[in-house]
Design a protein around this ligand. Structure first.
Ligand code: COA
Length: 309
């Protein structure tokens, strides 16, 4: 696929997306956001890719939304731009393949927001982070207010958001904004690659499930998150390619027959699925059990399709 403002390389199951507009410190103009959207779709769909690194060319990761473009926008245009950016960033966040932001320099405004949409942030010693939008009289539009609060807590998030101050890599590490700082002279991309290889030695479905339940769990009350976990585990077990073929065949057959029985809607089938209940319970209760089972089987079948590795 052709990109205007980024490069995309795949090697050893890792895709490296490099925002490549160094003369403007990789500021996010419309075309760069569009490129990022295309790139994340491409790597999510590419079966040869198991992990993703996002970095910037030159001395910046991304220095924010393109201010010169922003100036020319109406309120409606700005709203559309923010929505589009939010959707693209969310595709990074919900990628079933781990995404590491290798923050090589300035990560300001939309750049800090983009790094936060990645699963992990590794920063070079010279990296700088901040949400300076208030200095321009606006607020972070790509979800940064929410992600920053979740990462560093309300007080620290508000401090960064309200002052618009920049913090260095060590401070970002101290407050939990980044996972690791690499020493001067060490390559931040190499460090990201090493961490990814450690992750990719593990089961890909387990990685995808961890990302999914952490994402979903962060958005809901803890009680619901527990239920999410159970569902996630079930999907993981059903999808696990590492299970032996015999086990997978068995599961598929059970699902298939359960589905056929339920689809037929024959009370006898309910009896076959639930031998004791079918005999003992009244036909109405058996029918209710059958309906519940149908929902569960269809739900499982849908979930099976959803994780797209
Ligand atoms: N949008 C558009 N262009 C940007 C940009 C942005 N967010 N950030 C940097 N640039 C451009 C500069 O205009 C300059 O282009 P020019 O050489 O054509 O004039 C080039 O990138 C280099 O930036 P410069 O300011 O000269 O580098 P610096 O080292 O002196 O300062 C920063 C670096 C990051 C501190 C400074 O560029 C800055 O504050 N940028 C804006 C950050 C920001 O507010 N982001 C949030 C936007 S909502």
């Amino acid at each position: 696929m052709a990109y205007h403002f980024l490069t995309l390389e795949v090697a050893d199951r890792v895709a490296t997306i490099t925002v490549n507009r160094p003369d403007k410190l990789n500021a996010l103009n419309d075309a760069t956001v569009a490129d990022l959207g295309k790139a994340i779709e491409e790597v999510r769909a590419n079966g040869a890719v198991a992990g993703i690194i996002l970095t910037g060319a030159g001395r910046a990761f991304v220095a924010g939304a393109d201010i010169s473009e922003l100036r020319a926008k109406s309120a409606t245009d700005a709203y559309t731009l923010a929505r589009r950016g939010q959707e693209v960033f969310r595709r990074f966040e919900t990628s079933p393949k781990p995404v590491i932001a290798a923050v090589n320099g300035f990560a300001l405004g939309g750049g800090c927001e983009l790094a936060m949409a990645c699963h992990i942030r590794i920063a070079s010693e010279s990296a700088k982070f901040g949400q300076p939008e208030v200095k321009l009289g606006v607020i972070p539009g790509y979800g940064g207010t929410q992600r920053l609060t979740r990462l560093v807590g309300r007080g620290r998030a508000l401090q960064l958001l309200l002052t618009g101050e920049m913090v260095d890599a060590q401070e970002a590490y101290r407050i939990g904004l980044v996972n690791r700082v690499v020493a001067a002279g060490e390559s931040v991309v190499d460090a990201a690659r090493a961490m990814l290889q450690q992750m990719l030695a593990n089961g890909p479905l387990a990685l995808a499930q961890c990302i999914d339940v952490v994402n979903r769990g962060a958005d809901v009350a803890i009680e619901s998150a527990g239920i999410t976990l159970l569902k996630g585990d079930l999907t993981g077990i059903l999808k696990a390619r590492t299970l032996s073929r015999a086990v997978m065949r068995n599961i598929r057959q059970n699902l298939f027959f359960a589905f056929i029985y339920n689809a037929l809607g024959v009370p006898v089938a309910a009896g076959a699925l639930y031998p004791i209940f079918g005999i003992l319970l009244s036909p109405i209760i058996a029918a209710a059990a059958m309906a519940l089972s149908s929902v569960s089987v269809v739900g499982n079948a849908l979930r099976l399709r959803r994780v797209n590795l």
